[in-house]
Design a protein around this ligand. Sequence first.
Ligand code: PEP
Ligand code: MG
Length: 600
Amino acid sequence: MSDPRILTGLGVSPGYVVGRAYVIPWGLPDVPHRVISQREITSEIDRLQGAVDAVRRHLEGFRERTAHRAGPSEAKIFDAQILMLEDVEFMSEVERLIRENQLSAERAFEFKALEVRALWAQSGSPVLRQRQADLAGISVRVLHQLLGHSLDELLDQPDEPVIVFTQQLTPDLTVEFDRDQVIGFASVQGTRTSHAAILAHSLGIPCVMGLVGGLEKIEHGMSVILDGTHGTVLLEPSIEEVAEANAKEQRLQALERELERVVGQPGVTADGVLISLRGNVDLPEELNQAVEHGAEGVGLVRTEFLIVGRTELPQEDEQARYFELVASRFPDQPVVIRSYDLGGDTFPAPFRAPAEANPFLGWRAIRVCLDHPDVLRTQIRAILRARAAGDVQLMLPLITQVEELDAAREVVEQAREELVREGVRAGSDLPVGVMIETPAAVYLAEELAKRSDFLSVGTNDLTQYILAVDRSNARLAHRFTPFHPAVVRALKIIADAGTREGRAVSVCGEMASEPLAAFLLLGLGYRVLSVSPPRLPLVRWLIRQIDVSAAKQAGESVLQAATTQEITAILTEGIVEFIDLGLLEAGQLPAARAPTTLNS
Ligand code: PEP
Ligand code: MG
């Protein structure tokens, strides 16, 4: 039975801290319904403006403070909140409610803020859903200001270093307190990519979001251990548990020092095999981190953000500009752009797709693109244009038939001829790669390799389809593992097929960023790994310590194993010779977790 003292959530900023809980009721205050008279309308609008100005000044102060404490790009997070306050449409709607419905300023502001929140929640856009906390932060402040409440009482500076617990951590609350007074954050709502999570991470403050079970079990002043690495909170810990948490923090710091040491060093194994380590880029803001962490190109440019949450399809020019931007950040290095992987459980508005009983087995990825050749052609034209500016390549997701590859190649050829006819500068020889993500593609790996320029294994989907385990089903998370013997054997078949046909084979699924799995992949013959930018230092550090010869030996043994447990035991035994597992345990995200992406 699980320990009732442990609350679980998402670790969004790593680290282990021990301290007292400081519970802040940070939410929208109760706003009494109040109707004003005609005569009061002008003064009510002035009162609204006064409150908004006061909050804006406060946020400008936070922006300055954040620039000092975290850096200029983190400070820009407050521009997003300030812009919301300055949004003409929003503010004129609030004023209209005061004028026409004769609502008090606080009632009108609350009404509009709740309306926008509901709209964003329904939008299906992950970006808008994430920005809800930004809106909540300004709403709380403006409403308290209008109600004449003093925030100083609510946000009383604690007199010892504490761990702040709240329903929703907003960016402004994250920087409200002095660094030496708050040693950790925990909230019920929130995601890994929310602004508050980014800020907590940049400030080096451990943080857990999405705490299951809410705040009911937390009492103000209670002693807790917050584990921002694995995303848990332990209530009322024993002396031994506190000592263990402190030891883990020490190991984490030792690991961080090790990771800093390998920045800028080549990805060469201890026995001299060169491994190409690329980054996966889902959003433009990840480019900087990929460059800073020394990615040797981009092994997977996800393009769904260009379309999800929008009402119109993106034009060729906009796409070409983005692809050229990515290429310009990685001169002379490969930039592998994946055609839209739409579908699964996310469908952007422009497609108006009917709901399906089994979306992950349905109209998804290449299937959607081939049924909308105009959409695919626009994207491919943009990729061909960017090819003139760098080593840009095209990659096709969820291929199950050779015909799909042939059809996509046909579109590439047509698009190229069109561009030549139009006199538009474009690359003449676009490499086209296939993602191996389905059992069908595994069995056809040799034929697909023959007809394409490279293979790239999407282990997130490959694991899902081989094991028949929905990658986004939390109840099945323990079954979702690339260390299953069937997945491991498939990985071997793919690597061998690529090698036989003389094609490069890479792995761009989440698996490549998990140390034990990266060791396995090298052992099975993979020499190109593409991982999310924050994981680059860890994988580089690992590569530089291990011997490929030992990985190969482990690779041969795991192919004889019948269970996941045997496989992880063989790999652990193989890697322990090179790596301090204590360091890994303290610094690592849970092993081969089910990935969360725009599609999942
Ligand atoms: C994968 O399936 O492993 C992959 C890289 O693609 P995505 O996670 O975007 O489906
Ligand atoms: Mg995939």
